[in-house]
Design a binder for this molecule. Structure first.
Ligand SMILES: Nc1ncnc2c1ncn2[C@@H]1O[C@H](COP(=O)(O)OP(=O)(O)OP(=O)(O)O)[C@@H](O)[C@H]1O
Length: 863
């Protein structure tokens, strides 16, 4: 690799131009800008023959007689030039050696004809071999001649090559005069002879010139042409000359050492190792519960396993095989850290944490109840569901009363706050005269006497101390027996709650303390961490960091002390900022692998953030006219895709109308009102036996309002199925929602129209179909919605209606296998599109139903 070449000053007599340019031809050459930084580099010759940089280029130069540049020179100069040319030509193209040069010198003395030319030639040679030619230095007169010769445009360069030493002045002046006389005489004679010799000598040159003019111009001659001097050179000469010029003093510029390329694959990982390289559990893993525990006594006892099997939990599911051993106690010195779980919907995450947690709490002193575990979930429905699983496990570990049964309490706002307080905390009066006196002193303070508890009941406190102070003030005002004070006892070992309600109890429930808590479970963590209801993390976590009571947070059968945190979701966040709020200790992430997808690039297994249940089938259908969307939905419900399983008792398939007809003549009472809803449930329970096998469908809408409207619209459009339809929104009373879910699980109602209230966590084991009537707001939302079906190893189907504007996002993101890992791709069905015309007959009925809906809404507003 070469950079551009910076030529030195033109002091090289070997330069092809050197001799030529000494002529006045150079007066024609426009002054060439002195290269200041770079000159062009010409690579070395391709010729395999080594080219000597000492070879005199002048030997090969053929001067043209007709050269106009030469003719313009003054006669004296021209004569000198001619002499020089002649002398060069006489050397016959050989490189002069030292001995030759000496010889030539002596010849010069004898042969006066060629003396001037010889001086020039010798000088050229001297310059050529300058470093070793000190002994060949010219005498005084030669030196003068050289100076004269060097007064050409190239003279500065030539002078630069001359030796610094000069002969003494007197001697040289004498010699000069002598020589001058001699030289003048010789010049006169030689000029006559040269003129005679010219035609003969130039004959060969002229012939070659004529020949060369017929040949194609050699690309190598470019440099010569570029100098604007019309040199006529033969091919061989040019081949040698050009490299000679450019090779002068040229050395490759030192280059930095080549960089050794790092061939290792780059890693763009910014996550900590525990998050970047989780513990991966295969879908196929399944073991008996008895296999857990490093040694006997630390795992799940055989009698417990038997009871679990009787409840339907025969073997541990895959995710349970990964999580339960991490949460069971062991005596190893290494501290057991917190556990994060990311596993598909319906994979059994609830049992994965409830079993080890309740096992631990069941080992506690059977006469002391302390709040030892907090389970935080986002909705009331989930609170209830987790409570049921916990109760099952508590019963299993109680071993029919042989051991202590863990006490489980819920706090979710479905009951009054006082009612919840009473279920959480037991208050009793204890004899304690010392504490009683202190209480009286506090009461006697004036500000406390004027304290009105009602005014400050719900005020917010900035610090924990302010909160405690406010609670104590309220306690002090309570009436007690003399010398008695109030003491509080926890009624719960495990509290299952929503975050908002938990914060309220921390702030306003006297005696409610987290001092003994040693388990914190956060289910549906991405939602709870993302929304941070009432800043619950900021309130709860600091209270779990304290170690005020010695040994309060010690784990049985383990060296562990402190709060064990278990964080779960089907769409677990990898956001370190969110997770940071949990103040995790030595965490481990356990991930349930999806169906194995080959990575296109490396052939390895592709890991995506979200995984769907293996037995879930997905399909999508386009709504070509969004105004008629309810008709598209009804069409889907009636289609063979959903109702093909509607088989009557005799086994014959029902036709669509029959299938959608409930056979009841219930009037459409408002589903929102709790009593009406209860009545409706009673009526819907009268669904004829022939609809027993009608599939169950959960329809998701984008909002509470849409769910209510759609539910009513479906009932108006198909009155016969009204009793089969339930509605679930967060605006409905909890009791109504609970009853609806119960009826659905009992298959008394078959269709639920719901908002995202039940999109997460709700376990509906008998659900056959999920329909996304409205597009979910996010990919995570889609995963949770469709995950209500195909749970615990069952099959299920999910349908998504998409409009033109939603198609792109749906197919590029939701249906992409790079985003959500699924076994089979999303199928596109065209039920509705095939029947576009068929809607014409239904549009009138649809418009009538909409009008009715409007009237009902108006009436509801006036009420
Ligand atoms: N070992 C087991 N054997 C049999 N059934 C089980 C087992 N573990 C869990 N199940 C059942 O699997 C179903 C789904 O469990 P669970 O609700 O815990 O799922 P999940 O992973 O929490 O789902 P989601 O992410 O939707 O909340 C439940 O009906 C549960 O009873």
């Amino acid at each position: 690799m070469y950079s551009r070449y910076i030529p030195p000053p033109r002091d090289n007599p070997n330069s092809p131009n050197a001799d030529a340019i000494t002529s006045s031809q150079l007066s024609q050459i426009p002054p060439k800008p002195q290269p200041t930084a770079y000159a062009r580099y010409v690579p070395p010759p391709k010729s395999s023959q080594p080219v000597s940089i000492h070879a005199s280029p002048a030997q090969h130069v053929r001067f043209d007689e007709d050269d106009e540049v030469g003719r313009e020179e003054p006669p004296a100069k021209r004569l000198k030039l001619e002499k020089g040319k002649a002398a060069i030509q006489t050397r016959d193209g050989e490189k002069p050696t030292k001995s030759k040069k000496k010889k030539r010198k002596s010849i010069q003395l004898d042969d006066s004809v060629d003396s001037t030319a010889a001086v020039d030639g010798a000088m050229v040679d001297q310059m050529d071999v300058q470093p070793e030619a000190q002994e060949d230095m010219p005498n005084g007169s030669e030196y003068a001649d050289m100076q004269q010769t060097s007064r050409s445009p190239l003279s500065p360069a030539r002078e630069a090559t001359l030796p610094a030493e000069k002969p003494p002045l007197e001697e040289s002046t004498k010699r000069k005069d002598k020589k001058k006389k001699k030289k003048t005489k010789e010049d006169r004679e030689s000029s006559v002879q040269i003129e005679d010799d010219i035609p003969v000598r130039h004959k060969a040159i002229l012939e070659k010139k004529a020949k060369s003019m017929q040949m194609a111009p050699d690309p190598g001659s470019e440099d010569v042409v570029m100098n604007d001097v019309a040199y006529k050179v033969d091919d061989d000469t040019l081949q040698q000359k050009i490299p000679e010029t450019e090779l002068h003093g040229l050395e490759p510029i030192p280059q930095p050492k080549p960089v050794v390329l790092d061939t290792s694959a780059p890693t763009y990982e910014t996550l900590p190792p525990w998050l970047a390289s989780p513990i991966r559990i295969s879908q196929d893993a399944s073991v008996p519960f008895t296999d857990f525990g490093l040694t006997l006594g630390l795992g799940i006892a055989p009698e417990v396993t038997e009871r679990l099997a009787s409840k339907g939990y025969k073997q541990a599911f895959a995710i349970q095989t990964g999580v339960i051993p991490l949460l069971l106690p062991n005596y190893c010195k290494k501290m057991q850290g917190d556990v994060l779980v990311s596993a598909a919907t319906g994979s059994g995450k609830t049992l994965a944490y409830t079993l080890p947690m309740i096992r631990d709490i069941s080992q506690c002193n059977r006469h002391t109840t302390r709040l030892r575990a907090l389970v935080v979930v986002p909705t009331r429905e989930l609170v209830k569901q987790v409570q049921q699983v916990c109760e099952e496990c508590a019963g299993v570990f109680a071993l029919d009363g042989a051991k202590r049964r863990a006490r489980i309490v819920m706090a979710m706002g479905s009951q009054s706050f006082e009612h919840e307080q009473a279920s959480l905390i037991e208050r009793e009066e204890v004899y304690d005269p010392g504490m009683y006196q202190q209480r009286m002193k506090r009461l006697s303070r004036s500000h406390l006497l004027s304290y009105d508890s009602d005014d400050n009941e719900n005020s917010d406190y900035n610090t924990e101390d302010e909160e405690k102070d406010a609670i104590r003030k309220r306690e002090d005002r309570l009436q007690t027996l003399p010398d008695h004070v109030i003491a509080y006892k926890s009624k719960a070992d495990i509290l299952i709650c929503t975050p908002g309600r938990l914060v309220e109890h921390i702030k306003f429930t006297p005696g409610f303390s987290l001092d003994f808590v040693r388990w914190l479970v956060v289910d549906e963590a991405d939602k709870l961490l993302g929304q941070n209801f009432q800043q619950w993390l900021d309130v709860v976590i600091p209270r779990l960091q304290t170690q005020d009571r010695i040994g309060a947070r010690n784990h049985k059968q383990s060296n562990l002390s402190g709060v064990r945190k278990v964080i779960l979701s089907a769409t677990m966040t990898r956001d370190l900022e969110q997770l940071g709020g949990l103040r995790l200790r030595q965490p481990k992430l356990v991930v349930l692998e999806g169906s194995k997808l080959q990575d296109e690039s490396g052939g390895g297994i592709k890991h995506t953030e979200h995984v769907l249940p293996v037995l879930l089938a997905e399909a999508a259908l386009k709504v070509s006219d969004p105004n008629l969307k309810p008709l598209f939905l009804i069409d889907l419900l009636r289609s063979r895709y959903i109702l093909n399983t509607a088989v009557d008792a005799s086994g014959s398939e029902l036709d669509d109308d029959e299938a959608l007809s409930s056979g009841t003549d219930s009037d459409s009472s408002d589903i929102e009102s709790d009593p009406a809803s209860s009545k409706k449930l009673t009526r819907s329970s009268k669904t004829p036996a022939k609809y027993r096998d009608m599939p169950t469908v959960l329809i998701f809408t984008k909002s509470n309002e849409t769910a209510l409207r759609l539910s009513r619209l479906l009932a108006l459009l198909a009155p016969s199925i009204e009793s089969c339809i339930g509605t679930l929104t967060s605006t409905m009373p909890y009791a109504t929602r609970r009853d609806t879910l119960r009826s659905f699980n009992a298959r008394k109602i078959r269709i639920i129209v719901a908002s995202d209230l039940v999109a997460r966590g709700i376990d509906l084991p008998l659900l056959d179909h999920v329909v996304n009537y409205d597009m979910p707001s996010s990919i995570a939302s889609y995963v949770h919605r469709v995950g209500r079906t195909a749970r615990a190893g069952r099959t299920g189907k999910a349908w998504t209606l998409f409009t033109n504007s939603e198609a792109r996002w749906f197919w590029n993101e939701v249906a992409s296998e790079n985003v959500i890992q699924r076994k089979n791709p999303v199928e596109r069905i065209r039920v509705t599109e095939e029947k576009n015309d068929a809607f014409n007959s239904e549009v009138a009925a649809y418009e009538a139903a909409l009008e009715k809906l409007g009237q009902e809404a108006g009436q509801a507003r006036h009420r």
